[in-house]
Design a protein. Sequence first.
Length: 370
Amino acid sequence: MSNFRVELKKVVDDSYDVQIGRDLIPIMVEDIKNGLAGSIKKFAVITDSTVEPLYGTPVLTALHTAGYAADLFVFPAGEKSKVRATKEMVEDAMLAKEYRRDCCVIAVGGGVVTDLAGFLAGTFGRGVPFINYATTLLCAADASIGGKTAVDTELATNLIGLIYQPLKVYVDIETWKTLPRKQMVNGLAETVKHACLADRELFRYLEEHVGEILACDPAACAYISERNCAVKYKVVMKDEKEKNLREILNLGHTVGRAVETVSGYRLLHGEAVAIGMAAQVHLGCKCGYLTKEEHDRVIRLMEKMGLPVAVPEYIDRESLVRKLYTDKKVRDGKLRFVFQKGIGDVMTFGEEVYAREVREDEIRAVIRDM
């Protein structure tokens, strides 16, 4: 018998910039010219059917004008496309166009696009570089930062994926002007979440400036983008691989992800997260983690934005409770929730423990009463 040890100790710098601004396509192409993607000359621009004519084609044209080889790979818009079959479809299309390891992926769109394209980049050729060009408020607040990539299955959401960091993220707030109001409202849910868990000043700003944000006021949009980045950076910097602290970014998502799936995606992600946030503050208030006044402020803010705070009547409550068990925070078959502490902080339940077990009857009662 013999033993051969393989030493693979590594020091990896996955740092990257998040650039917030307006009309950033020329800046992204200039960055590529200046070596952002090294010597790569071939780019796979991945987007969805809604974003394709608005920003996917302009990105492709800008790359061609700069002398790069590039192709557009488009899939149907919507959360239902964030599945393995879509990833396989795009991968096969790239292979058919002779894309190999000497390419770079550019994800142009919202959270579904960046999640799927980032996962694809992390596995294509055993890993090729990618760039995120975020075109929605929701993506800017959440999906484009932190390196989480994944697809959904019928059994669970976001459990098939990997953490894979981009070369750079571009948050183009000018693109928000083309979003329907419903999508702007949808995008605010993750911002509310960040404010609740780590930024009391941001929460106050949201209370006072909802109108400006929904009207795409440049200063207001830049402010919330910067604060969202700051919250996520402070968490991801300490816990990139989600061993403990990064769980707090799932505030509201235990019920949120479940209700999104059980709704058959009639609810947008942010709408579902808002319902999850409402469930979390209802239960948290009962447990003494926040006051009734703080509970009311959270609910009132989401209502002011136009976000839902109740489980729709068409959703079967028992199906929703069962779906909670597909949450990635479940341990040993037990439900676990992250809770906010007042406004601007989160509860801890021991050293580096940021979620606690919740009995099924506890959350069932909350869901029943919503």
